[in-house]
Design a protein around this ligand. Structure first.
Ligand code: TYM
Length: 333
């Protein structure tokens, strides 16, 4: 049976290696499988849960599309659009916010992390953001959702919302309960400065992440400066549990090359980190340089990018509006 794939990425700038290895690389593989119907959404409504500069947001929306296409997503095969252009997302989010329970939302760890100490000052949108994410997924009868590990809890919430809605209104199977597609190993790429913290766009230090638009020198420099522990390279896989920075760097190498962890450990066992880092920098540059060159080229073709979004929105709107009509009938509107 064909899979219906849906996923989203926030256009908040600085897309990084974590976004690529945790999500976008997977999107490309799913796009390449003829059996799948894929929708990849630039989630601009999610981006405004924290303050955005409108001009920068517009550029970041285009940059996200450019990144999708430069990474290998084919707009002729997959639907690419931005969320704000399909109004059904906002409407479904409201309706589903009446199904979701506040107790469920208050357990979301990402809200706690993002809101920080001053929860009272966080936007209502930041709190209800997982409901909008559920609306995104459920409007398209998505069966599979490829994401990084940090989105797992939000997907569980989406499943709960779908099941509760179906039960409350006696409409078995109306919302499909989607399956997460999360890589088994290294589904969470960590900061280059702290192996216990997620690589993130919001981290202040740019040295903590490799941006998809970094040039060769920046990549080499960031990997050279990446934190390691004082020991030489690990000699077996078990050691990695106690050595988060080594684990992360070896994981990045493995994800970029598809070489098994054990093989990488054997090759570098007991050597200095500097030798490993030189190799890691090389494979990172080899993988990312073609993508970043293509992103830069596409960014100069604004009308091409806008056209992709326009055509994508038209296709997405048809599917989503049809689902909203059925929701209206169920609700008694
Ligand atoms: P966002 O924009 O924060 O991240 C986009 C994707 O990148 C993954 N990711 C990572 N994976 C591994 N290691 C990391 N350090 C890392 N950082 C980010 C994320 O898991 C994600 O897959 N709420 C979502 C966007 C969204 C969405 C959706 C996703 C909105 N609606 C519907 C799926 C389905 C978000 O903020 O992702």
């Amino acid at each position: 049976m064909s899979k219906k794939i849906f996923s989203g990425v926030q256009p908040t700038g600085n897309l990084h290696l974590g976004n690529y290895l945790g999500a976008i690389k997977n999107f490309v593989e799913l796009n390449n499988d003829k059996e799948n119907d894929c929708i990849f959404c630039v989630v601009d409504l999610h981006a405004i849960t924290v303050k955005q500069n409108p001009k920068e947001l517009k550029n970041n929306i285009r940059e996200t599309v450019a990144t999708f296409v430069a990474s290998g997503i084919d707009p002729a095969k997959s639907i690419i659009f931005n969320q704000s252009k399909v109004t059904a997302h906002s409407e479904a989010a409201w309706i589903l916010s009446c199904t979701a329970r506040t107790g469920w939302l208050s357990r979301m760890t990402q809200f706690k992390e993002k809101a920080g100490k001053d929860k009272e000052k966080a936007s209502v949108g930041l709190y209800s953001y997982p409901v909008l994410m559920a609306a995104d997924i459920l409007l398209y009868d998505s069966t599979h959702v490829p994401v990084g590990d940090d989105q797992k809890q939000h997907l569980e919430l989406c499943r709960d919302i779908a099941q509760k809605f179906n039960n409350d209104f006696g409409v078995e199977d109306f919302f499909k309960v989607p399956e997460p597609l999360i890589q088994k190993e290294f589904s969470r790429i960590m900061s280059l400065k702290d192996g216990l913290k997620k690589m993130s766009k919001s981290e202040l230090s740019d040295l903590s992440r490799i941006n998809l638009t970094d040039d060769t020198d920046q990549i080499i420099n960031k990997i050279k400066k990446a934190k390691t522990d004082p020991l030489p390279m690990p000699t077996n896989k078990e050691e990695l549990d106690q050595r988060p920075e080594a684990k992360n760097l070896i994981g990045i190498y493995s994800s970029l090359t598809d070489i098994k962890i054990e093989k990488i450990i054997n090759e570098f066992s007991g050597k200095n980190f500097s030798e490993f880092k030189e190799n890691l920098a090389q494979v990172t540059v080899d993988k990312l340089q073609p993508i970043s060159t293509e992103i830069k080229k596409l960014l100069s073709e604004e009308s091409f990018l806008d056209q992709i979004l326009l055509e994508g929105a038209e296709k997405a709107d048809k599917i989503a509006t049809n689902k909203i009509k059925k929701i209206h009938e169920i609700m008694g509107f």
